[in-house]
Design a protein around this ligand. Structure first.
Ligand code: CP
Length: 315
């Protein structure tokens, strides 16, 4: 595997989950693989989990790591093609990317949707420039349309906590005061479609995800109906895809609370974090034994390590 931007880059998902479980049993078993190799992590957007877990994963494999926060540390980077650079951005990605590639063996990039133009966001214009010009393998640490490192950790967490072979997994929209990208829900649906799980997506009208991600997955517009007999509730806000980047609803009746969780089959509650308490989900749920958000976040280190192991073994 010489890039990781989606589940499609993993040839055998079952084996990848087994690799992650093997790493979890002994996370230093492969520390020889990254010797004298360097990973650069580039952030166009903030992060807590992705930054720390990916850096830790690389270090567990014996790699050296360097982190660049583009908005604080480097030159402001122009990303558009054909732009006359007479503004405040002195460097273009077209030079910056191959230069970064000369200093490392693997690049991780985080570049969220910018909500200026849906086509540009959905073409993954920044991550794809890294893939084209880096000259080394590129790992998405969340792009405009997908968050594959998160989804892999989500899958591992469900595999560890599921009580039946084909659990019912519900992805539920929840309110939020800011317009958030669709990357996490898109990616979650895409990964779940590669499993045998029963997946239901529930959201208010207007929040339909892009058809390329949803395929034939069922939408249930009645949140309470969707929660019935669920084994996992994945709470997440996202902004509208059709009215691109817009907040169409802040309906707090969609907040996930204990009453709704009581409709489920003793479901576990999942969220990628960060989460706004008592907006997306109540304290009562997050502080209950049903919440596995910390275990889910802990798995970010494990699955990032599985991804980096696959990349290092392919180099
Ligand atoms: N879930 C996740 O990616 O968290 P961060 O934004 O903190 O990295």
């Amino acid at each position: 595997m010489l890039k990781f931007t989606s589940v499609k880059d993993i040839s055998d998902l079952k084996k990848a989950v087994e690799t992650a479980l093997e790493i979890k049993r002994n996370r230093f078993a492969f520390s020889h693989l990254g010797k004298n190799r360097t990973m650069v992590l580039i952030f166009f957007n903030p992060s807590l989990r992705t930054r720390l877990s990916t850096q830790k994963a690389a270090m567990n494999l014996g790699m050296n790591t360097m982190v660049l926060d583009v908005n604080k540390d480097g030159w402001q980077l122009e990303t558009g093609m054909g732009v006359k650079m007479d503004g405040d951005k002195p460097e273009h990605l077209r030079e910056a990317i191959p230069v970064i590639g000369k200093y490392c063996d693997v690049i991780g990039v985080r570049a969220f949707a910018r909500f200026e133009n849906r086509e540009n966001d959905y073409s993954e214009e920044i991550i794809n420039q890294f893939i084209d010009y880096a000259g080394v393998p590129v790992v998405s640490m969340e792009g405009a349309t997908r968050h594959p490192l998160q989804s892999f950790a989500d899958l591992l967490t469900i595999e560890e906590f599921k009580k039946r072979p084909r659990p019912k997994v519900v992805l539920s929209w929840a309110p939020h005061p800011k317009a958030l990208p669709q990357a996490v829900p898109n990616s979650f649906v895409e990964w779940m479609r590669h499993t045998e799980y029963e997946l239901i997506v529930t959201h208010p009208e207007g929040y339909e995800l892009a058809p390329e991600f949803m395929g034939d997955i069922k939408v249930e517009y009645d949140q309470k109906k969707a929660f019935k007999d669920a084994d996992f509730i994945y709470g997440k806000n996202w902004s509208s895809y059709s009215s691109y980047g817009k907040i169409l609803s802040t309906d707090y009746s969609w907040t996930i609370d204990k009453e709704k969780m009581a409709l489920t089959n003793n479901a576990f509650f999942m969220h990628c974090l960060p989460v706004r308490r008592n907006v997306v989900v109540t304290d009562g749920v997050l502080d209950s034994p049903a919440s596995i958000v910390v275990e889910q976040a802990a798995n970010r280190e494990i699955t990032a390590q599985a991804v980096l192991k696959m990349i290092l073994e392919s180099m």
